[in-house]
Design a protein around this ligand. Structure first.
Ligand SMILES: *Cc1c(COP(=O)(O)O)cnc(C)c1O
Length: 448
C-alpha cells in the first residue's frame, strides 16, 4: 500500500484534504487551486505494456488516489470514463508526426475525458447534503458540452451500487464567441442542464464562476461545485492519454515522445507536464497558443501578465488569464527552470487558416483550428530540421468548427454521428450580464 496523498492549495492557505474532498470542492477555500503535497513518481515498467487506455489510467492515477475513499472504485471510474479510444495516428506523408486524436468521445473534443471522469467520481462521493448539487461551468466552447453530456439525465447507466446523483449543470459561455455548432451543442440538452450566454468574454465567465464558488452565503443557500479545468477531477485523468501514447511509443521505439499541445487554460498541457514529471517517457513539451499570447510572452522572458482575451478562430483557446498557470508555477517555482523545461508559441489567425488550407490541399489532412496551431508550430520545427517524433494533440474534430474550416476547404465536412444527433435537437440559452451579481441573482432565483 502506498502512502495516502493529500492535497493543498497553490496559495498555501487551506488545510490539506484527501483527493475526493478536493474534487468535490473544485476550488480551494483560499481561492487557490488544489495540488498534491508532492507529485508521485512512477516507473514506466509499472505499466502493463498491453494495457488499454483505461488500465493505463488506473495504474497512473492509483498513487494520486492512495488513501482516498474512491481508491477501490478507481478501475471502474476509468472504465466508465474511457469508453472511446485516443488513437495515436501517424501521418502518411510524415510518419514521425503523430496525431494524438482526442475527439472520439460524445462531444467530439478532448474535454469529454475530464468531464466523464469528474462525473464518475462525483457520482460515487458520499453526499454532504441532501439537496441537489449545482455544478457551475465556464466554457470557451467545448467544456460546457462535455460536462453537460456527462451529467445529462438521459445517458449513462450507473453501476448497480451507484445511486443516481441529483445534479444540475449551469453552463456560462461568452455569447457570440463560440462556434455556431458549439453554441447549439451547449443549448441542446435541457432537463437538468441550463445554458447561460454571457455578454462578455470567457475570462468573465471564469471569474463569475470563481466568485460564486467563493461566496459563502451563496454556497450555504445552494451547494455549488465547479467542473472547470481548475477541478482536479478533470485535470488528473487528462494525464492518461499522454501517458498511454508515450508508453506505446516507448515500447515500440525505445525513445520518448515529444508532445505539442494546443493551449488555452493550460489544463491539457499541465496534465502532459505532470505525466512527464512523474516519470512517463515524454520528451519535449511545447505549447501552441493562438493570438492570446500571455503564455508565449512569459516564456519569451516577460513577467507573467494576464490580460483580456481577444477573439480568434481557435475560440476554445481564447484565454488571456490561464487559470492553471498557478499550478504550473507550483510545479516549477523557479521561472528559469520553468522556461528551460517548456516553450510556448503564438500562432495568429492567418497562420491557422493557412495551415488548414495547406494540409488539406497537400496531404488530405483536415484539422480543427486549435489543432492547426500545433501543426503550424511543428511545421516550423520541421522546416528548421527537427526530424524527431512528435505527437500533435488533436483537441477537437474539425466538424465542430465548420464555420471556420469549410470555407477554407470549399466543401462540407462529414459530421460525427454523436454531434449530428445533438445538432438535430432544438437548442436554448438564456442571456446573462457579465458580472458576479448577475450570476448570483440568477442562481438565487433558481432556488427550489
Ligand atoms: C479547451 C480546448 C483547448 C485548450 O485546452 P486547455 O486545457 O484549456 O489548455 C484546445 N482545443 C480545444 C478544441 C479545446 O476545446
Amino acid at each position: 500500500m502506498s502512502e495516502p496523498l493529500r492535497y493543498v492549495s497553490t496559495r498555501g492557505g487551506s488545510a490539506a484534504v484527501p483527493l475526493s474532498e478536493a474534487i468535490a470542492a473544485g476550488l480551494a477555500p483560499d481561492g487557490g487551486l488544489y495540488v498534491p503535497t508532492a507529485l508521485p513518481r512512477l516507473d514506466p515498467a509499472a505499466f502493463d505494456p498491453h494495457g488499454t487506455l483505461a488500465t493505463t489510467a488506473a495504474t497512473l492515477l492509483a498513487p494520486f488516489f492512495a488513501g482516498d475513499p474512491l481508491t477501490a472504485a478507481l478501475p471502474a471510474i476509468c472504465a466508465e470514463t474511457f469508453t472511446f479510444d485516443t488513437p495515436l495516428r501517424a501521418l502518411a506523408h510524415d510518419p514521425s508526426t503523430l496525431m494524438l486524436e482526442l475527439f472520439h468521445g460524445p462531444t467530439s473534443a478532448f474535454k469529454d475525458v475530464g468531464a466523464r471522469f469528474l462525473a464518475a467520481c462525483l457520482r460515487r462521493l458520499p453526499r454532504r447534503d441532501a439537496r441537489a448539487l449545482t455544478i457551475l461551468v465556464a466554457t470557451s466552447g467545448d467544456t460546457g458540452a462535455a460536462v453537460a453530456a456527462a451529467f445529462h439525465r438521459q445517458p449513462g447507466v450507473p453501476a448497480p451500487d451507484v445511486p443516481a446523483l441529483d445534479v444540475r449543470v449551469v453552463i456560462l459561455y461568452p455569447d457570440g464567441r463560440v462556434s455556431p455548432r458549439q453554441a447549439h451543442q451547449l443549448g441542446c440538452f435541457g432537463d437538468n442542464v441550463h445554458a447561460l450566454r454571457v455578454a462578455g468574454r470567457f475570462d468573465d465567465c471564469q471569474r463569475m464562476v470563481k466568485a460564486a464558488l467563493g461566496d459563502a452565503a451563496l454556497q450555504a443557500a445552494l451547494p455549488l461545485s465547479s467542473a472547470n479545468s481548475i477541478s482536479l477531477g478533470r485535470l488528473l485523468p487528462q494525464m492518461s492519454y499522454h501517458a498511454h501514447a508515450a508508453l506505446g511509443w516507448w515500447h515500440a521505439h525505445g525513445t520518448p515522445l515529444n508532445v505539442m499541445v494546443p493551449t488555452g487554460n493550460l489544463g491539457n498541457a499541465l496534465a502532459c507536464l505532470w505525466a512527464r514529471e512523474i516519470g512517463l517517457p515524454i520528451g519535449q513539451v511545447q505549447l501552441s497558443c493562438n493570438a492570446n499570447a500571455t503564455l508565449p510572452d512569459f516564456f519569451a522572458g516577460d513577467d507573467y501578465r494576464p490580460r483580456e482575451a481577444v477573439a480568434t478562430v481557435a475560440n476554445a483557446m481564447d484565454v488571456g488569464a490561464p487559470s492553471n498557470f498557478e499550478r504550473l508555477r507550483w510545479t516549477f517555482p523557479d521561472d528559469r527552470a520553468l522556461r528551460a523545461r517548456l516553450q510556448a508559441h503564438s500562432v495568429d489567425d492567418a497562420a491557422i487558416r493557412h495551415t488548414i488550407t495547406h494540409h488539406a490541399a497537400a496531404h488530405g489532412e483536415v484539422f480543427c483550428p486549435h489543432t492547426a496551431t500545433a501543426v503550424h508550430r511543428l511545421d516550423q520545427l520541421r522546416a528548421g530540421g527537427d526530424a524527431s517524433a512528435w505527437a500533435v494533440v488533436a483537441t477537437a474534430h474539425p466538424a465542430k468548427f465548420d464555420s471556420v474550416v469549410e470555407p477554407l476547404l470549399g466543401h462540407p465536412l462529414e459530421v460525427p454521428a454523436a454531434l449530428a444527433a445533438m445538432l438535430a435537437r432544438p437548442a436554448h440559452a438564456e442571456p446573462l450580464a457579465a458580472n458576479d451579481g448577475a450570476l448570483r441573482d440568477w442562481l438565487t432565483r433558481q432556488l427550489p
